[in-house]
Design a protein around this ligand. Structure first.
Ligand code: UDX
Ligand code: UDX
Length: 460
């Protein structure tokens, strides 16, 4: 036992969307391990220690409450906790670089490097350091070089253990994962470290779902998983454009195509495009890697996935403009949903941001509503004029010329659309960016309805 009654002490650096839920489940499932999540942000840690957690994730609160104060702790004492750790998960953010070489593509590794230096300076005994953040391939090499530099005699073993959680389902993704991936060096110490991590997951994950690989395969598999998922969305979205001009129906096409078990049914929902903190970032990371190794054709292939995603929003705005008599100047547009997907307040890279900027260029007025993401929306659109943020969707729609639905929140399906229609300017339009509403019913009420990848339902 490393301290008290605990078998090992785990420390996680970074109390964000990844670190918080991941460590909570580990603490729940492994009561014999002490799990401490540290972060440089005091407000974040204070929030984790309060009733008002810093992130909204279904099922998270109960699970935090189950273990907090027993074997799950949140702290800002980064150095002290590092010193006591046997196993350290690195969960700091790795955003896309906005400056210098690789700007707009490469991962910004400053936080990872700072974290590695802090681990090196404070570790007192041999430690396993686990890359949880999504990192460029061969990052473990750099991490190892930093950790073993200088005259610290401590041995560090580096593992890659990428996360595959999706927001909104983070808890079930962690509790019953499709797979857990662990990359290690093939050395004796590498394998021993890998076995320590396998032991943790084996508390609840069946052994056939725990995959072990070499370090580089693990790092690359994470980028490739996200690139493949995003590619499916861009593929179906590209076909939605074809449907709109041929009167084919994208849902029928997706259903027919997805029934081929080699293709599969999942992740074929056409819409306004993917958002979230991972897809764009990880594809750009892959693109940067390819360009670095002069694999320009491969880089171009993956770049196209991002281009189609941006094109989808442009196309949507263009469709609005054309339908609404080629001018949006001064018109009120009700934006239903701002989060990048339902059941989260997260707005990172949400297509709604691009939509808002493009509609403002057309000098439309925006009234944005969202059950959980309004505070983030305000930050994202700071400085942009002509926008109001409204909690109640009925008020958002009042006096509007159209509704643009951006997030498939359940509650938008059960609104009283007759009441909404009555309060809007006429002709009233709905542009359903997620094919989420009952289009025939809306048409029958009197709306002109524009779904994605289907013919519009028009009264004129
Ligand atoms: C992010 C990315 O979204 C994900 O793709 C990647 O795999 C890991 O990084 P996420 O948990 O969503 O994951 O990031 P975020 O919510 O921003 O949390 C990171 C936390 O790390 C923040 O709370 C930040 O304060 C903390 N941090 C950052 C440190 O504690 N130390 C640092 O040096 C930098
Ligand atoms: C994703 C991956 O799914 C997860 O494995 C990885 O660890 C992190 O990145 P996340 O970003 O939380 O998770 O959400 P996800 O459910 O994958 O959705 C991403 C975006 O794609 C959302 O904007 C969603 O609306 C969109 N999407 C998804 C579609 O437009 N169509 C689909 O069929 C599926």
């Amino acid at each position: 036992m490393s301290e008290g009654n605990f078998y090992k002490k785990i420390v996680c650096i970074g109390a964000g969307y990844v670190g918080g839920p991941t460590m909570t489940i580990i603490a729940n499932k492994c009561p014999n391990y002490k799990v401490t999540i540290v972060d440089i942000s005091k407000p974040r840690i204070d929030a984790w220690n309060s009733d008002d957690l810093p992130i909204f994730e279904p099922g998270l609160k109960e699970r935090v409450e189950k273990s907090r104060g027993k074997n799950l702790f949140f702290s800002t004492e980064v150095d002290k906790e590092i010193a006591a750790a046997d196993i350290i998960f690195v969960c700091v953010n790795t955003p896309t670089k906005t400056f210098g070489e690789g700007a707009g593509k490469a991962a910004d590794l400053q936080f990872v490097e700072l974290t590695a230096r802090r681990i090196k300076e404070n570790s007192k005994s041999d430690t396993i350091v686990i890359e949880k953040s999504t990192l460029p391939v061969r990052n473990a090499e750099a991490l190892e070089a930093i950790l073993h530099s200088g005259n610290n005699s401590v041995h560090f073993e580096i593992l890659s253990n990428p996360e595959f959680m999706a927001e909104g389902t983070a808890i079930s993704d962690m509790e019953s994962p499709d797979r857990v991936l662990i990359g290690s060096k093939e050395t004796q110490t590498g394998k021993a470290a890998r076995d320590e991590l396998v032991k943790i997951y084996a508390h609840w994950v069946p052994s056939e779902r725990i995959i072990t690989t070499n370090l580089w395969s693990s790092e690359l598999s994470k980028l490739v998983s996200n690139a493949f998922l995003a590619q499916r969305i861009s593929s179906i979205n590209s076909i939605s454009a074809v449907c709109e001009v041929t009167e084919a129906d994208i849902e029928e096409v997706a259903f027919a195509v997805g029934k081929d078990t080699r293709i599969g049914e999942k992740f074929l929902n056409a819409g306004i495009g993917f958002g979230g903190s991972c897809f764009r970032k990880d594809i750009l990371n892959l693109v940067y890697l390819c360009e670095y190794y002069r694999l320009n054709e491969v880089a171009d292939f993956w770049k196209q996935v991002v281009s189609i995603n941006d094109y989808q929003v442009k196309r949507f705005v263009k469709r609005m403009l054309r339908a609404m008599f080629n001018t949006l100047v001064g018109k009120k547009i009700a934006v239903f949903g701002f989060a990048f997907k339902p059941d989260t307040g997260d707005t990172r890279d949400t297509p709604a941001i691009n939509l808002a900027f493009q509609l403002r260029e057309e000098q439309a007025r925006l009234s944005i509503t969202d059950p959980h993401a309004l505070e983030n929306a305000k930050k994202d659109l700071e400085g942009l004029e002509g926008i109001e943020y409204v909690e109640d969707p009925y008020s958002t729609a009042k006096g509007a010329h159209c509704i643009a639905l951006m997030t498939a929140w359940d509650e938008y399906q059960s609104l009283d659309y007759q009441k909404i229609f009555d309060s809007m300017e006429k002709p009233a339009f709905i542009f359903d960016g997620r094919n989420h509403l009952d289009h025939q019913k809306l048409y029958d009420i009197g709306f002109n309805v524009f779904p994605i990848g289907k013919p519009p339902l028009l009264h004129h």
